[in-house]
Ligand binder design. Structure first.
Ligand code: 13P
Length: 255
């Protein structure tokens, strides 16, 4: 059985000046400096990416990598207001969060766009963190697993096995994001196992090592129970990643 290294990404969403982002990133880096058991990533706003990536690069106190929260699917051209994956790589990003439910719900992002973005990210050498998740109405209607399969299949369509090996998947139930209402460990495990099995049907070799993150009101006091589930490999963390102290405590609890 593959051992999967725990992976925690703080999604800072639309928060933070450059100075605030640098302070938070520095405190996270210092807080996990002696930790060798997990991959740690922070995802600032576009405006702070370059400064934070510079602050975190190299360094003897243990690397913390940088993710962007979105990218465009074309590499360049007349796309006013967009940022390409290669531009993100240029400022020092290693990862990009794609298909977050806030983008899907608030900005009309469709499954097909998530797929194009994932392929653009892979072309640029970034590792996509592909988000999937059901709404409360879908869960109540018994549609959770079907919804997840549809989102996942669309997102990874036409991605080769070697490229999929560079991707991560984040299960973020929409009803658990920013609500304080976490999926129970059993609810998370059911969906995570389903994701792994879906990937295994296509690419058995990748499925066992694919890291599947949970996101949705993950906190220092619930991370341990979630991480105890066999298919929960880490977290995509919103609110609790905005304070270095709680993010670091969570990573330590969960690793
Ligand atoms: P919260 O941790 O604030 O619920 O946000 C989760 C999330 O959306 C991470 O991408």
């Amino acid at each position: 059985m593959a051992t999967r290294r725990p992976f925690f990404c703080g999604n800072w969403k639309l928060n933070g000046s450059i100075a605030e982002s640098l302070a938070l990133a520095t405190n996270v880096r210092n807080g996990v400096a002696t930790l060798r058991a997990a991959d740690v990533v922070v995802a600032p706003s576009f405006t702070a990416l370059h400064a934070v990536a510079k602050r975190l690069e190299g360094g003897s106190s243990g690397p913390v990598a940088v993710a962007a929260q979105n990218c465009h699917f074309e590499d360049k051209g007349a796309f006013t207001g967009e940022v390409s994956a290669s531009q993100l790589a240029d400022v020092g990003c290693k990862y990009v969060i794609l298909g977050h439910s806030e983008r899907r719900q608030l900005f009309g992002e469709l499954d097909a766009a998530v797929n194009l973005k994932a392929r653009a990210a892979l072309r640029a050498g970034l590792a996509p963190i592909i988000c999937v998740g059901e709404t409360l109405a879908e869960r109540d209607a018994g549609e959770t697993l079907g919804r997840i399969t549809a989102q996942l299949d669309a997102a990874i369509a036409d991605i080769a096995e070697a490229d999929l090996a560079r991707c991560l998947v984040a299960y973020e139930p929409v009803w658990a994001i920013g609500t304080g209402r976490t999926a129970s460990p059993a609810q998370a495990q059911e969906v995570h196992a389903h994701i792994r099995a879906s990937v295994a049907r296509k690419f058995a070799g990748v499925a066992a090592s694919l890291r599947i993150l949970y996101g949705g009101s993950m906190k220092p006091d619930n991370v341990r129970a979630l991480m105890a589930e066999v298919d929960v490999d880490g977290g995509l963390v919103g609110g609790a990643s905005l304070q270095a102290e709680s993010f670091v405590r969570m990573i330590k609890e969960g690793s």
